[in-house]
Every structure is written in C-alpha cells, then in structure tokens.
Design a protein around this ligand. Sequence first.
Ligand SMILES: *[C@@H]1O[C@H](CO)[C@@H](O)[C@H](O)[C@H]1NC(C)=O
Ligand SMILES: *[C@@H]1O[C@H](CO)[C@@H](O)[C@H](O)[C@H]1NC(C)=O
Ligand SMILES: *[C@@H]1O[C@H](CO)[C@@H](O)[C@H](O)[C@H]1NC(C)=O
Ligand SMILES: *[C@@H]1O[C@H](CO)[C@@H](O)[C@H](O)[C@H]1NC(C)=O
Ligand SMILES: *[C@@H]1O[C@H](CO)[C@@H](O)[C@H](O)[C@H]1NC(C)=O
Length: 404
Amino acid sequence: MKMRLRANFILAIVVNLWMVHTVASLSNIGISYGRHANSRFLLDNGVSRTPPMGWNSWNHFWCGINESVVMSTADALVSTGLASLGYKYVNLDDCWAESERDENGKLRGKASTFPSGIKALADYVHARGLKLGIYANAGELITSSMTIAIMMVQEIERDILLWATHCRKLNGQFTSLYVNGTTEFLQRNCIFLRGQEDPAKWAGAYGHSWRTTGDINDTFARSIAFHLCIHLHPNFMATIESFTFLLFFSVTWIADLNNRWGRYAGPGRWNDPDMLEVGNGGMTMDEYRSHFSIWSLMKDPLLIGCDLRSISNRTLRILGNKEVIEVNQDSLGVQGRKLRSKDGLEVWAGPLSDNRVVVVLWNRSELRDLITAHKYVSMNKRDRLTASVAPHACKMYVLTPLQS
Ligand SMILES: *[C@@H]1O[C@H](CO)[C@@H](O)[C@H](O)[C@H]1NC(C)=O
Ligand SMILES: *[C@@H]1O[C@H](CO)[C@@H](O)[C@H](O)[C@H]1NC(C)=O
Ligand SMILES: *[C@@H]1O[C@H](CO)[C@@H](O)[C@H](O)[C@H]1NC(C)=O
Ligand SMILES: *[C@@H]1O[C@H](CO)[C@@H](O)[C@H](O)[C@H]1NC(C)=O
Ligand SMILES: *[C@@H]1O[C@H](CO)[C@@H](O)[C@H](O)[C@H]1NC(C)=O
C-alpha cells in the first residue's frame, strides 16, 4: 500500500514537472518566432551572460547623492555580504555631473558633491573588488535633472572611459539617435539602454540590457481610481501605456509589461523592468519578497535601490536570499513567464539549467472585493502542487527531476 502511494506520488510529480517544463519552454523560447527573434541579436561577446547585479542610487536618493554616500554604500555592499553574493556594480544614476564641461570640453563630476572627482571614486570602488557604473543621457533634450544637453555617445565614451567605469546606463529617452553612435567599446561593457520604440526588439544588437517599462514606483498595485478608469474606458490601458516614459508604475503592472518581452531575453541580453524598490518602505515585506522573487524569475538585473548604509535585517534577508539569486543567475538564462492568472492568483514559471523548473505561486488579489477567494493555486487538475499564499505574497519552488 505504501509503495503504491509513493509510486502515484512520484508519477504525479513527473507529470507535473513535464507539464510545467513544456509550457514554460514553449512560452519562453518559442518554437519559430523565438528563434527568429533571437537570431537578430548580434552582441554575443561573452559579457553579461547572467543578469547584472549591484546597487543604483536613483530609487532611494534621486539627486541627493555625493561621494560619501557612494563610498559608504560600496563599504556596505562588502560588509553586509551582498557583494560576495554577486552584487558587484555601484551605479551612479542621474545628477553626478557638472552641468558645464571643463575647459577642454569634457564631462566632469559635480564639484560640490564629488569634490575628489569621479576617478578617485572609481579607484575607491575598485579597491573593494566592485565596479563603478555611470549614467548618461544621449538625447537631444535634457532629462529629469541632468543638464548636459546634446551629448553624443562618442563624447560619453571618450570622457567616462578615462575613469575606468564598467557599466553604463544610457538614457535615450527622447531620441533614438544614440543607436547610430554606439561603438564597439561601449558594446563590450554592461550597458543599460533606455528608450521608447520597444527596445527589446532592437537593443540587443547594441547593449546587454534595456528598459522595457517606465519608471518603477515603490508601490504594489495600481490605485482603485485606476481600476475604475479601466473599467469605465476599455481603451484606457492602451492609451495610458503608450505614455510609458511619463508614468510611474507599480510592481504588479511593471511585471506584466515586462512579461510581454520574455522571448527576447537570454544570456547577454536582458529585459530590465527597472531597479528594485525592496527596502524603500512603500510596500510590505511580503510585497517586497514578491517583487524580488518575480524579478529574479524574469531574469531581470538585480539592482538594489535602497539605502544600504542603514539596511534592516529583514530587507537584507530578502536581497540576500541565495536560492532566489541562484534562480536569477541560472546559466540557462531563460526569462520565466506568467503561465496562468485567475482571480488574482497567478502561476509564473520558467525552465532552469539541468532540466529544473522554477515555479512561483503569487497571490496578487489586488481588489479583495472583486475576486472570488480561492484557497489553492494548483498546477493541474489533480491539485498536486498546492499552496496557501498570503495576500500579495508568493511562494517559489525549484523543481528538480527525479533521477531514474
Ligand atoms: C551626502 O548625501 C547624504 C544623503 O543625501 C546626506 O545625508 C549628506 O548630508 C550628504 N553629505 C554631504 C557632505 O553633502
Ligand atoms: C542612423 O543613421 C542613418 C543614416 O545616417 C539614418 O538613416 C537612420 O535613420 C539612423 N537611425 C536612427 C535610429 O537614428
Ligand atoms: C508611489 O509610491 C508611493 C510610496 O509607496 C505612494 O505614496 C504613491 O501613491 C505612489 N504613486 C503612484 C502614482 O502610484
Ligand atoms: C541584525 O543581524 C545581526 C547579525 O545577525 C545582529 O548582530 C543585529 O543585532 C541584528 N540587528 C537587528 C536590529 O536586529
Ligand atoms: C490570497 O489573498 C486573499 C486576500 O486578498 C485571500 O482571501 C486568499 O485566500 C489568498 N489566496 C491563497 C491561495 O492563499
């Protein structure tokens, strides 16, 4: 009797595994379309084979950065153990630069906030085994606060190359001009391209990661007012999403937008739904765990966006979860996708190396009143993989095939 039960159990797991694996593989890699899409990626140079990991100044500090914040953040990456888990990039976002060039027409760090200069900062960061990343805008128009207008890619390269920075976040918010100027040197580095016109479709030939959405906001779901608008105007979503770069997006919304581009991701080319908000205080711990888990499953860059100098132990446990990081850094590099969504209960999954599968059961139930409560999420009709998931929380499983 015992034996029989066990045999049934194993059979059910194998069937489950096969189903999830098939669905995940098909939906991610895509039989013909995926191959076609992937063949257009030219930038196969060994860089960024797994999604980049590190810290970026924007989500917490906005323009309030200076060299002491960046240096102590580099120290904190090391002392918290996050650096040894793979968080290697220390990325300066907007507002590091002086608005005018120096007498030789070159870019330079803001004298009031980076008095020692960017080269000294790079040396400091490198001495800790980390890499310095830097933000630039290649558009004709200024962006939020960066006042260097009309900056071309060649200039960016010439100037920041001097400081031996490793990672570029290139903003092409108001133009696609920069595409033509991108050079081989820039391609060899970790570049974040941002622009409209669906960068997932073309940016893989020029960089290793590209933004797929507008800016993230430290919030879980869209507001009730938003849902009301969607309800009243069927075209509301389509209209609003065409203004992606003018909006702030919640975690659930951004996850869905990024999910559309799953088939374009792979080793060396990653969709970027914007940096992590974990630890910034706008969401609950369960919501931050979901945020981190889904970003990891989608093979998104893991760029911490909180103040690491005062990180809480609870936040550290989320960002430092080794098993979840391993899912993100898996060598297969296939973006996991949403497979099923019903009444706010969602199943996300994707294939991993060694025929393993990662599954996330996510309870989004944004509008408690409008959904019928479900007790279980199940992978198939037999209800074999079931879980009770707290509101806005998720559970992640890595399924490993049984050895024969
Ligand atoms: C550096 O920035 C931090 C965070 O914005 C701020 O608290 C601190 O006072 C600044 N330090 C200097 C010297 O400006
Ligand atoms: C790149 O340059 C070519 C020729 O100079 C031009 O036709 C094309 O529109 C440019 N592409 C972009 C994306 O600006
Ligand atoms: C953005 O997040 C903050 C903090 O959670 C919240 O107060 C604000 O309402 C959110 N804004 C939008 C547009 O969702
Ligand atoms: C955080 O964890 C460290 C190491 O386990 C411990 O020494 C410290 O007291 C904890 N801090 C808080 C606020 O619980
Ligand atoms: C999801 O959260 C809702 C409350 O928002 C709860 O009623 C439901 O039971 C939860 N679902 C699962 C599968 O635990």
